[in-house]
Design a protein. Structure first.
Length: 201
């Protein structure tokens, strides 16, 4: 039985090799896939909430970026936590992912040391660049949001973002607002709409 996926706006299609990495072979449609992924993601969220502290220098590392993705998706995908090996309709070239991640980490460390922006904006800029790089075959939006939550909560000791209070992996008004804010940041480098959305309920 093959996996049939109907993608919604803002999602990158998986290639056949990536689909073959599905651990649960009985999954055949996207709603089932979403369900299993969400169960896995909830486990990762519980892990981030129950950890007393995750040090800032640990958060700002390629290893942590990969390990969080693995924690979020390893029950569902064999390649969870591995940078993608295919090019997508968005994101950095597959051979440039590691380089772009290193640049992002260096930039974020500079923003923090020089207080270039508010801590909330630093976390949102980090999230935005991470999703722009699109390091993984699947789950980049959800992963980058959790990275921002971990950075603001464990790195800066502030409340996690609320992300409009809705489910952003499904179609609806909240997802449209979120994608609009992402695209504004893409085109104009104006992060205010994305920051306001992240703080909204």
């Amino acid at each position: 039985m093959g996996l049939t996926l109907n993608y919604i706006d803002g999602q990158s299609p998986l290639d056949e090799d990536e689909k073959a990495g599905l651990r649960i072979k009985t999954i055949s449609i996207k709603t089932e896939l979403d369900e299993y992924e969400q169960i896995n993601i909830q486990k990762a969220e519980e892990w981030t909430m129950t950890r007393r502290e995750i040090k800032l220098d640990a958060i700002l590392s390629e290893q942590f970026i990969k390990s969080l993705h693995k924690r979020m998706f390893s029950d569902v995908w064999l390649w969870a936590g591995e940078f993608r090996k295919s090019d997508k309709n968005i994101g950095a070239d597959k051979f440039q992912i590691g380089i772009e991640i290193k640049k992002l980490i260096d930039d974020c460390e500079y923003w923090i040391q020089n207080k270039s922006f508010s801590e909330e904006e630093i976390a949102i800029r980090y999230k935005h660049r991470l999703v722009w790089i699109h390091p993984f075959a699947n789950g980049n939006g959800r992963h980058s949001r959790m990275m921002a939550d971990i950075l603001i909560h464990h790195g800066f000791h502030k409340n996690r973002f609320t992300w409009g209070g809705g489910v952003l992996s499904a179609t609806g008004d909240e997802r449209e607002k979120y994608l609009s804010a992402i695209r504004t940041a893409d085109k104009t480098m104006n992060y205010q709409p994305l920051l306001e959305f992240a703080l909204s309920i």
